[in-house]
Design a protein around this ligand. Structure first.
Ligand code: IMP
Ligand code: MG
Length: 171
């Protein structure tokens, strides 16, 4: 496994994103919606650097398929998330094809939020083909499969404090 982003680099980026969100959402009491499960570490750090009042909620998304293979079919459980009349920020750990975000954006837009923006810590090159704009973007990363800081490989490695690239020997 090779470290791609250290805990220090991540913390600095989270601080930067949190500062931007704090500036942009002053007085707006935004609703941050995290996409389970990968978002949990990022969201937990992000909310502690945002200095304006806000609320959090969660949705759960998955693409059918195992391990590193995505089938392209997105499934989302919206639980009882209610975004009507709220300023919403979707918080994602990583954007790969952008299919998940495209699906979620469409589903939440139907509920008529006041505004809808996207915050993603990691963005892969393929995301540029997606129909969604990432308003608050952390790192552009290469098209490798990464783990840690909430991201898993078959439910492994979510707990790592850094982001690393998995290789064959890790299986
Ligand atoms: P998308 O719909 O292709 O953008 O994929 C988004 C989801 O796939 C992310 O929310 C992750 O759960 C998962 N994913 C994509 N790339 C990686 C990766 O490199 N490591 C771990 N999970 C990934
Ligand atoms: Mg995810």
């Amino acid at each position: 496994m090779k470290i791609l982003l250290t805990a220090e680099q991540i913390a600095e980026m989270v601080g930067y994103l949190g500062a931007r969100l704090s500036d942009d959402y002053r007085g707006k009491n935004p609703l941050l919606i995290g996409c389970l499960k990968g978002c949990v570490v990022f969201l937990a750090d992000l909310v502690r650097v945002i200095t304006v009042p806000h609320a959090i909620d969660f949705v759960r998304t998955s693409t059918y398929g195992k391990r590193q293979v995505t089938s392209g079919v997105v499934r989302a459980e919206l639980f009882d998330v209610d975004v009507r009349g709220r300023h919403v920020v979707i918080v994602e750990d990583i954007v790969d094809t952008g299919l998940t975000l495209g699906y979620l954006t469409e589903a939440l837009t139907k509920q008529e939020p006041l505004s809808l923006k996207i915050c993603a810590l990691l963005v892969k090159p393929g995301a540029y083909r997606a129909p969604v704009a990432i308003d608050y973007k952390g790192f552009d990363i290469p098209d490798d499969f990464v783990v840690g800081y909430g991201l898993d490989w078959g439910e492994r490695y979510r707990y790592l404090p850094y982001v690393a690239v998995v290789d064959e020997q890790d299986d």
